[in-house]
Design a protein around this ligand. Structure first.
Ligand SMILES: C[S@@+](CC[C@H](N)C(=O)[O-])C[C@H]1O[C@@H](n2cnc3c(N)ncnc32)[C@H](O)[C@@H]1O
Length: 268
């Protein structure tokens, strides 16, 4: 597949997320197994949201994380570049929740400037950095708009085990006289950055672009902007969690984490 330049890749990404917004909102709703079992427990530990804190939810989708944070009495500013998703986010949000939603493009420094009058206690970007055509503007902006000691927590599809080249394998043998089944993940690409079409959820109307980056790329961006890494979790399904399909992510792949959660922090 030809690599699109950042601007065209971003336009393609926006068109896909707007086209998929209704299906994403209907299927994702307020969460799924990935959210409940892998992401949210790690986010609670790493972000440690407290009542009264002002938290940024970057690339918020239909706002499911913003609402979870607001339910814990945080005040939330949330943005996404898909106006269709922001419409769903607003529709789903009870009037009493202190959430302000904005349509902003995380690749556009001028859009991000509109956040610069805030000083956030912390920021979250749940399962979205790999969907964003370039993440440098977001990291630079976060370094400006977080308070001293402020934390930026992000979750990723684990770039080593759950990237667009990852293949899920089930192998069976009886070489030693007993039937042995083994689940494995095969990946053909990790170190270099690339774009690839994929599916965020099965049967979505339109595939969207993924932007694969190795882990050190994200961490070094943070380090360059003055963050330190002070929390990291690799999140796998426990063995007892059934998978929706024989080879989709579930407890049979408990040795492999499909999700990685990291906390980067500014100095005091
Ligand atoms: C996998 S969804 C995650 C949504 C949400 N954070 C959640 O946890 O459900 C990825 C989101 O990234 C958003 N996104 C992609 N590129 C973006 C950009 N340049 N600016 C803002 N949002 C973007 C998409 O619109 C989509 O809502």
């Amino acid at each position: 597949m030809p690599t699109l330049d950042t601007r065209r890749a971003n336009m393609e990404t926006l068109a896909a997320w707007n086209a998929n917004a209704a299906s994403w909102d209907a299927k994702m709703g307020e969460g799924n197994d990935f959210v409940e079992i892998l992401q949210w427990p790690a986010i609670l530990r790493l972000l440690n949201p407290q009542p009264g804190q002002h938290i940024l939810d970057a690339a918020c989708g239909n706002g499911l994380m913003a609402r979870r944070l607001a339910a814990l009495e945080a005040s939330v500013t949330a943005f996404d570049f898909s106006s269709n998703l922001i419409d769903y986010a607003r529709q789903r949000t009870p009037a009493e929740y202190p959430i302000a939603y904005y349509v902003l493009d995380a690749t556009e420094p001028t859009d991000l400037e509109s956040l610069e009058h805030f000083q956030f206690d912390s920021a979250l970007c749940n399962m979205a950095l790999f969907d964003i055509a370039t993440v440098e503007p977001l990291f630079h902006t976060l370094a400006q708009i977080l308070k001293p000691d402020g934390a930026f927590v992000f979750t990723l599809m684990h770039p080593a085990f759950n990237n667009p080249t990852s293949i899920h394998l089930l192998e069976e043998s009886d070489l030693s006289g007993e039937v042995i089944t083994q689940y494995a993940i095969k990946s053909s690409r990790y170190m270099s950055q690339f774009q690839a079409y994929g599916l965020a959820l099965r049967n979505q109307p339109r595939p969207q672009l993924y932007f694969h980056r190795p882990l050190d790329y994200y961490l070094n961006l943070g380090f360059q902007d003055g963050f330190i890494l002070d929390g990291l979790e690799e999140r796998a399904f426990p063995p007892e969690v059934p998978a929706a399909n024989p080879l989709s992510w579930g407890g049979q792949f408990h040795e492999f984490p499909p999700v990685l959660a990291a906390r980067m922090r500014l100095p005091r």
